[in-house]
Design a protein around this ligand. Sequence first.
Ligand code: ADP
Ligand code: MG
Length: 587
Amino acid sequence: MPEIKVLPEEVVSKIAAGEVIERPASVLKELIENSLDAGASKIEIEIKKAGRGLIRVHDDGRGMAREDLRLALGRHATSKLNVFEDIYSLATFGFRGEALYSVFAVSRLKLTSFKAGADSGYTLEGEGGRVIAELPAPPVKGTTIEAADLFFNTPARAKFMKSDNAERAHLIKTVEEAALANLGVSFRLVIDGAEIFSLPALPGGLWENLKNRAAAIFGKSVYGGLARIEGKTPGMAVYGLFSRPDALAATRANQHYFVNRRPVGSALLRQALYRGYGHMLTGRHPACALFLELDPGAFDCNIHPQKRDVKFSSENEIFKTISNTIYEELLSKQTAAVAMTAPEAGKQFSAPDVPAYREGAAPPAPAAETGSLFGPGLQPEPLTPQAHPDWRGKDLSYIGQLAKSYLLFESGDGLLVVDQHAAQERVLFEKYLDEFSKGAVKVQPLLVPLEAELPRSQMETVLKWRDWMKSAGFEIDQRGPGTALLRAAPALFYFTQAAFSEFLGYLSEVLGEPEAAAEDLKRNIIATMACKKSIKAHDFVKPQEALRLMDDLKRTKDSYHCPHGRPTLFFLSGGDIARRFQRSGAL
Ligand code: ADP
Ligand code: MG
């Protein structure tokens, strides 16, 4: 009796499904790709129960004939590949004939299609890979696929699903990426009866269309910070919309990468992006819709079961093209700013010295913030200012304000220089945390609620946090699919409309799942972000206010740093100052 057995078809299909279908969003991605491959100009998507209840995709593409319906559900059944070599020159999204087979294996599937010229449309119904019924259907152009009760027969897989909100966010991101890459196709997305998107097919030129889509998908505040970038080298082109360096975000949430309009997750592309920003990143992240166009033979997306990752034949060239293009374009867009600080305005800027891409190399370390009061070329000799002077026990006398930003005090035998905004943030941060931990956040209702436009996937996150945010003093409501309202906020903070939408954007990017994080950590994050976005006291500070601020600062737990870790003050001793004048001794 041989020990090796051939697995039954039912088991084989579930194994295949496990590789291709990781979560509801993978089903949706495959179905949308099939519709695009079928030449659809309109794709309508309906989701119930975060995709576990139902994923329905309707398109107006070329449809399938009756005899093809059953074939389409079989393994390795594809109309897109004839000989193996075709894999290297494909212009379609699908080619392996595994998607429908896999979806069918783990759901109750209904496939309805009509092909022009046929006598009627047809519907196939089945579940877990078995066809149960075949019926005639009305001759409606295109194809409708409904996958219901996903993972009904693979309970172990069902357990791996994240919260409904998390799965919904993935589903929405899938549609967002398809819509960014297929501008001539209209997309409509309805989740549990509510319309999330209705994006018309766009007739204009590439850039006009891309900007239109991006505005709808990123939401106003992120979109407003994007710049158009494009560049070419032999054999490849890169283009897209990228955050201006002054409009970076707290996380990678709004990054979309495409190779020949195929959404991909690629470490190479991400690292090239970060290298392109180089020193302009200050620990923050760009949003992007990055499109790379290559010869179809120059990359392979067959290495990944969900076709998410790609392998490139010339990684170094791609890395350099992307990073150089971004770097040069961002600089040229900043010329006004650059001309002010560069000693030789008008000089050609050479691209950064980009090292060859190495597998697994970390993105470049973000440069520290390096604002200088003195401008380049005028750096004073290095002094030895003390970052942690013992200033609390000493008398302070206020000298005045510098550049509406720094407060100068005579303290003991030297000069204490205080960054007034950093100091205000520290004070506000600790007051708020104190109120919060006592369960006594003073809340101020807003006469006119503030509105924030958010990408739909971020809106989902904000809603998850709504109850917790209320305990933090923020009353947030939803108005429409992508609009959040702030009705009340902690009395300590004051937000503008723009600051509120950035605050929510940060929040949804940074916080993750409400249950997952420790309470202390959540409080710290919210306090840090709120302090950063809240408007600080006016720039001009009167002497009494300056002294009161120092009094408040004295009582904080860490008077040397703002909540983000920047210094609030430094001290120059009399000796240091005297040395600058080549004197000996103290003042
Ligand atoms: P692949 O896309 O890799 O070919 P799939 O399993 O996704 O494999 O689909 C199998 C076949 O079914 C496709 O090659 C195509 O001929 C047909 N098909 C699937 N979806 C559609 C659709 N929406 N419209 C027309 N034909 C479709
Ligand atoms: Mg397919």
